[in-house]
Ligand binder design. Structure first.
Ligand code: ATP
Ligand code: MG
Length: 391
């Protein structure tokens, strides 16, 4: 197999480290993805050189996590993260090692990694270092903990959710003993910060097989320790590349409970998106969308809410394809395009400024959008006088 083009910088870094007399390998997810012939987002390099030794080899480095042994090398084009081989000591808090020790021995470093597929290393020559039969497990589509599963999850409880997340991303099953070990200690997920849980769950939403992860969350009873209900039946139809869509759907199937977003420490931007989608969905389900709804909601919100109706088998009067047409057929695309402002209204009457301005502008907007009046200042002036006479 030839190395992917995107690895050029990493390979150059490895060559330079080797020329300086140390070992260096590509490690972690990149090796797994390479074996699967899949594109990898980032390439990590592990080395026997100590951080100071790495810094001495290259002229441009950034010390991004020297305590953890990570140096960012900028000399070879793309920035490359180079991490010294390390072992991790005891984990008294179930999430972080009490201390990190640098070592010169690659197997020691691979041993501390989570799953066999993530514990391989690749030499510049193309040779795999695969001490735990990661390739065999990948071929069998299995996620297996490195070493004694019970201990590995005890050390770091997040690994349970990582296993489940990888099962959804890769469409792999979790090996029996590994799954048992998860079932035996789901409770320890409570030691993990919600922000980190949120990251893993977000990755589940955007996975090709999200429902597989939901099944594992149910079977293992991890759901007892996570906010919200995880009900695989609701997720059979779900599919998305957008994590926000996943969070919105999660709230939807949990009785439209947006408070879950706070529980998972989602951002305000996520909350805004979810609220809009749920509002659009409720309107679609109840009275159907009116022309003002097409104006007020962004196309993405409308599309998402419509998808939800499909996933929930809720009948709709409009097809997904018609939504964009409908929106574009409106006389204006945004309320800011209305030809009049509050200032105009004040000029056309002796009334003082007050809340009526907002109400009237909203009525004008609705009249324009519904085709009762053209979006033109003169026409709107006539409309306004007629509107005032009625009122
Ligand atoms: P992704 O495609 O999601 O980035 P990845 O395998 O690269 O997958 P990272 O979180 O980037 O995952 O971690 C890089 C590597 O570090 C992993 O492949 C694994 O070897 C190791 N690793 C990461 N998190 C843990 C953990 N909690 N416990 C043990 N090893 C871990
Ligand atoms: Mg990674």
């Amino acid at each position: 197999m030839k190395f992917p083009k995107q690895w050029k910088s990493a390979i150059d870094v490895i060559t330079k480290i080797e020329n300086a007399g140390y070992e260096a390998f590509i490690v972690g997810g990149a090796v797994r993805d390479y074996y699967l012939q899949k594109d990898s987002s980032d390439v990590d390099v592990a080395t026997s050189a100590l951080p100071q030794e790495v810094q001495a080899i290259f002229s441009q480095t950034v010390d991004v996590g020297i305590d953890h042994g990570t140096v960012l090398v900028l000399d070879c084009g793309e920035p490359i993260e180079v991490t010294t081989y390390r072992t991790e000591s005891t984990y008294s808090d179930h999430r972080r090692p009490d201390e990190v020790n640098f070592v010169r021995d690659l197997p020691e470093d691979l041993k501390r990694r989570d799953f066999t597929m993530n514990a391989m290393a690749l030499r510049n020559s193309g040779e795999f270092v695969d001490l735990f039969n990661g390739r065999q497990d990948i071929d069998a589509q299995i996620i297996r903990a490195v070493g004694v599963a019970e201990e590995r999850f005890q050390e770091d409880a997040l690994r349970m959710l990582r296993a489940i997340r990888f099962s959804a991303q890769m469409d792999f099953s979790i090996e029996e003993n590994t799954l048992k070990a998860i079932q035996n200690q789901v409770e320890s997920i409570k030691f993990i910060a919600m922000e980190r849980i949120q990251v893993e769950i977000s990755k589940i939403w955007t996975s090709p097989n999200s429902v597989r992860a939901i099944h594992y969350i149910q079977w293992s009873q991890l759901d007892a320790y996570l906010p919200g209900e995880f009900d695989a039946i609701e997720w059979e139809t779900f599919q998305s590349m957008n994590r926000q869509v996943g969070w919105a759907y999660f709230c939807l199937v949990n009785g439209h409970d947006v408070a879950l977003l706070s529980a998972y420490r989602c951002s305000n931007k996520d909350k805004q998106f979810v609220k809009q989608v749920l509002l659009a969905y409720e309107k679609l389900q109840n009275e159907g969308w009116q022309r003002m709804d097409y104006l007020q909601f962004e196309l993405e919100i409308l599309h998402t809410a419509h998808l939800f109706a499909t996933w929930q088998f809720v009948p709709t009067t409009i097809s997904f394809e018609q939504i964009e047409k409908m929106k574009h057929s409106l006389p204006i695309q945004h309320k800011s395009e209305l030809a009049i402002s509050g200032k105009d209204l004040l000029q056309w009457t002796s009334n003082k400024a007050g809340p009526w301005l907002q109400t009237t502008l909203q009525a004008a907007l609705s009249a324009v959008v519904n085709g009762q009046v053209t979006n033109d200042k003169e026409q709107l002036k006539e409309w306004f006088h007629a509107f005032n006479d009625e009122g």
